[in-house]
Ligand binder design. Structure first.
Ligand code: I3P
Length: 109
């Protein structure tokens, strides 16, 4: 699965609160492949990048959990992603169908 999303970092690895200055919403082209969510500036990023670049902005989703962020009311169609290393992100998708599709894809790969 792939597509544009907005991402906000809430907690870094080990559940450490993401510091102010790095908590903003940022747009990424998101590619889910082999249990890794790759985040690139645009849809050409994956092809253009070295594998090391790809891994730099990557989130491992093995043992991660995606849930609709019903408690986050500032934006619509947002899901929360909690990773095995206790990082946490919010992702805003374009509509409710995309939201369900991302959540199901992440949880059932
Ligand atoms: C953050 C940015 C986020 C905001 C966050 C700010 O500032 O304004 O949009 O989250 O609030 O800290 P910065 O870009 O300097 O990191 P919301 O959009 O959810 O309000 P937060 O610290 O309460 O998460």
């Amino acid at each position: 699965k792939k597509g544009y999303v907005m991402r906000k970092c809430c907690f870094d690895a080990n559940g450490k609160k993401t510091p102010f200055g790095r908590r903003g919403w940022k747009m990424f082209y998101c590619t889910l492949r082999d249990l890794v969510l790759y985040l690139h500036k645009d849809e050409h990023g994956f092809r253009r990048s070295q594998m090391s670049d790809n891994l730099h902005n990557a989130i491992r989703i093995h043992h991660a959990l995606a849930t609709k962020a019903a408690d986050y009311t500032k934006k619509q169609h947002v899901f929360r992603l909690q990773t095995a290393d206790q990082a946490e992100y919010l992702f805003q998708t374009s509509d409710s169908k995309e939201l369900c599709s991302w959540v199901e894809t992440i949880n059932f790969v």
